[in-house]
Ligand binder design. Structure first.
Ligand SMILES: Nc1ncnc2c1ncn2[C@@H]1O[C@H](COP(=O)(O)OP(=O)(O)OP(=O)(O)O)[C@@H](O)[C@H]1O
Length: 710
C-alpha cells in the first residue's frame, strides 16, 4: 500500500464527516444538510459499513449505491465512479477513501485534513488488487520462465495472465454518492445543468436567425440597389457558411437536451410510481393506472417536440416583429401581428379545453374496458347477454363524438392560422401599392417580415397544439412526479443488534406491544378497529379468530407495517414506526389473504425467494426446494419441466388454488422475519395438507400469528 493512499485514507470514526464533505465537494448538497452526519456515531462493526453508508446517504437526501467491478476493469472503473466512498484495508484496519472524480489521469481524493489531493489511478488499482494478485505471482513468474517469454514483454504478458486468472474476482465495498430520483426537482435540474443548456440553445437559435436575416438583408439590399457584385456575394456567402456550424451546434444541443430531459422525466416517474400511496392506487383501479402510464409515455416526446417548435416559433416571431416594424406598414403590421397572436392563443385555449374533455373520456373508457377484460369470465358466465355490449357501445360513441370535436378545434389552429396571417398581412400592404410605393426597399422588408411571421405562426401553432397535449398528459402524471419526492429521513441508524431486539426490549421479551390502537379507512367513517390492546412475546404462537369483516386483516396490516394506526401506540421489538422506518418490514412479514396476494410472472424460485436477495444463490434455492417438499409441493415440482425454475404466473404454468396458497405460505416463511402473520393461509387446503403445512409453519416461524375462521 503506497504511503500516499494511506495518508489520504480516513478512519471509520470520521466516516460521517467525510461523506458530508465529499457531498459538498461534489456540489450535491444545497446549503447545510437538514440532518447533518457529523454528530452521528460511526458503524460499530465492519459488517454494518454498507447499511450505515446507505443510511448516511439517505440522511443527507442523497443515494449511496453499492457498486463493484471485476479486477481486469478496475482502473477504468475508478476513473468513472466519483463521487464515491471506497472502503480499503490498511495494515488490517478498515479505512475509507473519498473519491471525487478523475482529472488529468489522476483521482481527486479528499484527505483527512479536508484538502483535495491527486492520487494515481494505477497506484490505487494496484493497492485494491494486491491481495488477489500476490498469491498468483510466483506461479505466473514460473510460467513466464518456462515459456521463456522475453524480458521486455514479461510485464505485459504477466498483466494479461493476471487479468485472465482474476476475471471473475470482484472488487466491492464501494458506494457511489448521487442525487436520488426522489430529490427536490429544482436541485435535480440545477445538478443536470438543464436550465443553463436551455439558455444556450435559445442563444444558438437567436444567432442562427440573426445570421439568416443578416444574409438575407445583405443580398436584398445589394439586389435592390443594383450592386450585386463579388464583394456583396462573398459577404452573403460568409453569412450562409457560418450557419452550417451553428445549425450543427444547435442540433447537438437540442438532441442532448432532449435526451437528458427524457432521462430525468423517466427516472422521476419511475421513482414516483414506486412510491404511490398503495390505497390510492387500489382505489384508482388498473384501468386508470394504465391510462396514466400511456400518458406518461406521451409526455416526454410531446413536451420536447412542442417546446422546441414553440421556442423556434417565438424566436421567429420576435425577429418578424422587428423586421415588420421597419417595413412600409410598420405600425399597422405590428397591430395585426398582435391581434393574430391573441387569436392563436384563443384557438389554443379552445383546443386545450376540448382535449381535456376527450382525455377524460378516453381514461374513463380505458378504465371500464380494462375492468371488463379482467372480469371477462364473470361477465360471460353471469351477465345477461343482451346487456353485455350495451355499455361498451355507449362509451365508444361518447369518446368518438368528443374526439371529433377536438379534431375540429385543431384544424383552424394548425391548418389556417399561418395562411390566414399571410392573406391579412398582404392586405395590409395594399395602401403601399395604391400609393405606388411598390419598388421601395421598405416593401421588400415588409414582405420578408410577413413571410417570417407566417413561418413563426406555423411553428408556434404546431408547438402549442403539441404542448396542449403535453399539458394534459402532465396533469395525469403529475401525481407520479410529486409522489417521487421524499424529504430526507432523520431516524437514527439501527444496527442488526437493534433490529434483533438485543438493545430495544432486552429482558421484556415483547415482540409486539400495542395499546389502544384504532384505525378507520375513511376519515369521518366508522372505525374498523377501536381500543385494541395486544401483546405478543417472542416465540409465541397465536391464533386470531373473529367474525367476517371484524377487522382481523386490518389488524394484520397494522402489525406488518402496511398501514399506520390512526391513534394508539404500536411497538415492534420495543421500537416505534418512526424509529424503525422501512426496517419494520425486515422484522414483520405476512402472507396476505388469498385475494390480496399475487403470483408474479417469473420463475417459481423468484416467487418464493423475492423477499430475500435476488438472483438467489444455491443455498437459498435448496432451502426453498426443501420447504416446498415439506409443504407437500414435491409432486408439483416433479411435474414442472423446469422444476423450481419453471415460469409461473399469468403467462406461465397455471397453479391450482391450493398450490398457490402454499407458495404464498412458503414465500412468507422464507423471509425469516421475527414476526410472521398468516392471514387465512390454510383455507384452501384439505385437512391432511393443512395439518402438514401448519406443522411446517410452527416449526419454522420465530413468532407466529395465524388468522383463521373458527
Ligand atoms: N380498503 C378498504 N376500504 C374501506 N373499507 C375497507 C377496506 N378494507 C376493508 N374494509 C372494511 O373494513 C372492515 C374489516 O375488514 P377486514 O378485511 O379487516 O376484516 P376481516 O376480519 O379480515 O374479514 P374476513 O374474515 O371476512 O376476511 C370490513 O367491513 C371491510 O369492508
Amino acid at each position: 500500500m503506497s504511503s500516499t493512499i494511506a495518508a489520504l485514507s480516513w478512519p471509520l470514526a470520521r466516516l460521517g464527516e467525510g461523506i458530508e464533505q465529499l457531498a459538498r465537494g461534489a456540489n450535491l448538497l444545497a446549503t447545510g444538510p437538514r440532518n447533518p452526519l457529523t454528530a452521528t456515531s460511526p458503524p460499530q462493526h465492519r459488517a454494518e459499513l454498507g447499511t450505515w453508508i446507505e443510511w448516511a446517504g439517505e440522511r443527507l437526501g442523497l443515494e449511496a449505491e453499492p457498486i463493484e467491478s471485476f479486477v481486469p476493469q478496475v482502473a477504468e472503473w475508478l476513473r468513472d465512479i466519483g463521487p464515491a466512498i471506497l472502503q480499503i484495508d490498511i495494515a488490517g484496519e478498515a479505512r475509507c477513501l473519498f473519491l471525487l472524480r478523475s482529472r488529468f489521469g489522476g483521482l481527486q481524493v479528499l484527505g483527512p485534513d479536508l484538502q483535495w489531493s491527486t492520487c494515481s489511478v494505477a497506484g490505487l488499482r494496484n493497492a485494491l488488487c494486491a491481495d488477489f494478485e500476490a498469491p498468483l505471482q510466483a506461479e505466473i513468474e514460473g510460467l513466464l520462465a518456462l515459456a521463456d517469454v522475453p524480458e521486455r514483454r514479461r510485464k505485459a504478458v504477466k498483466a494479461l495472465l493476471l487479468d485472465q486468472r482474476l476475471a471473475t474476482q470482484k472488487i466491492e465495498n464501494c458506494w457511489l454518492l448521487r442525487q436520488p430520483a426522489t430529490a427536490n426537482l429544482r436541485r435535480q435540474l440545477a445538478e443536470s445543468g438543464l436550465p443553463r443548456r436551455a439558455l444556450g440553445l435559445l442563444v444558438a437559435l437567436a444567432v442562427v436567425y440573426a445570421l439568416e436575416i443578416a444574409g438575407w438583408r445583405l443580398i436584398g439590399a445589394a439586389a435592390l440597389n443594383g450592386r450585386l457584385d463579388f464583394g456583396w456575394l462573398s459577404a452573403w456567402g460568409l453569412a450562409v457558411f457560418s450557419l452550417i456550424p451553428l445549425h450543427w451546434i444547435s442540433g447537438w444541443l437540442d438532441a442532448g437536451f432532449a435526451l437528458d430531459v427524457g432521462i430525468l422525466l423517466k427516472k422521476r416517474m419511475l421513482a414516483g410510481a414506486l412510491r404511490l400511496d398503495l390505497e390510492a392506487v387500489k382505489q384508482q383501479g388498473s384501468g386508470q393506472l394504465l391510462g396514466r402510464v400511456m400518458e406518461s409515455q406521451a409526455l416526454e416526446s410531446l413536451s420536447l417536440n412542442g417546446g422546441f417548435s414553440t421556442l423556434i416559433g417565438l424566436v421567429e416571431w420576435l425577429f418578424a416583429a422587428w423586421i415588420l416594424s421597419a417595413g412600409v406598414a410598420g405600425f399597422g403590421h405590428l397591430l395585426m401581428l398582435a391581434g393574430w397572436t391573441v387569436l392563436a392563443l384563443w384557438l389554443t385555449g379552445r383546443y386545450l379545453r376540448r382535449l381535456k374533455h376527450t382525455t377524460f373520456q378516453r381514461m374513463t373508457m380505458t378504465e371500464q374496458l380494462v375492468e371488463r377484460m379482467v372480469g371477462h369470465r364473470t361477465c360471460l358466465a353471469q351477465e345477461s347477454p343482451e346487456r353485455r355490449d350495451a355499455d361498451d357501445d355507449s362509451l365508444l360513441n361518447d369518446y368518438l363524438l368528443s374526439a371529433s370535436e377536438t379534431d375540429a378545434a385543431l384544424i383552424p389552429l394548425i391548418g389556417s392560422l399561418a395562411r390566414g396571417w399571410l392573406v391579412l398581412a398582404l392586405l395590409g400592404l395594399s395602401p403601399a401599392f395604391v400609393s405606388g410605393d411598390t419598388a421601395s426597399i421598405g416593401l421588400a422588408i415588409s414582405l420578408g417580415g410577413i413571410l417570417l411571421a407566417g413561418r413563426a405562426f406555423s411553428n408556434v401553432a404546431t408547438g402549442l397544439a403539441v404542448l396542449a397535449r403535453a399539458f394534459i398528459a402532465w396533469q395525469q402524471v403529475a401525481v407520479l412526479f410529486h409522489a417521487a419526492y421524499r424529504a430526507p429521513p432523520s431516524q437514527p441508524f439501527l444496527s442488526a443488534a437493534d433490529l434483533r431486539g438485543e438493545v430495544g426490549i432486552a429482558g421484556s421479551g415483547k415482540l409486539v406491544d400495542a395499546s389502544d390502537l384504532s384505525y378507520r379507512y375513511r376519515s369521518g367513517g366508522e372505525p374498523v378497529l377501536r381500543g385494541v390492546d395486544l401483546t405478543i412475546r417472542r416465540g409465541e404462537r397465536c391464533l386470531l379468530e373473529g367474525p367476517s369483516g371484524g377487522g382481523k386483516s386490518t389488524l394484520a396490516a397494522l402489525l406488518v407495517g402496511l398501514r399506520q394506526p390512526e391513534s394508539g401506540l404500536l411497538l415492534l421489538n420495543g421500537l416505534d414506526r418512526y424509529t424503525l422506518g422501512d426496517n419494520w418490514h425486515k422484522l414483520a412479514g405476512e402472507a396476505p389473504q388469498f385475494h390480496e396476494n399475487h403470483i408474479l410472472t417469473g420463475t417459481l424460485a423468484f416467487n418464493l425467494l423475492m423477499g430475500r436477495h435476488w438472483p438467489a444463490d444455491k443455498p437459498d434455492l435448496l432451502e426453498a426446494e426443501e420447504l416446498c417438499v415439506a409443504l407437500g409441493l414435491e409432486p408439483l415440482l416433479q411435474r414442472m419441466p423446469s422444476g423450481i425454475h419453471q415460469r409461473v404466473g399469468e403467462t406461465g404454468w397455471q397453479l391450482s388454488h391450493g398450490e398457490r396458497s402454499r407458495i404464498f405460505l412458503a414465500r412468507a416463511l422464507l423471509r425469516n422475519t421475527a414476526l410472521t402473520v398468516l392471514d387465512e393461509s390454510f383455507a384452501a387446503l384439505d385437512p391432511e395438507t393443512m395439518e402438514q403445512c401448519l406443522s411446517c409453519a410452527l416449526a419454522r416461524a420465530d413468532t407466529l400469528l395465524v388468522i383463521a375462521h373458527p
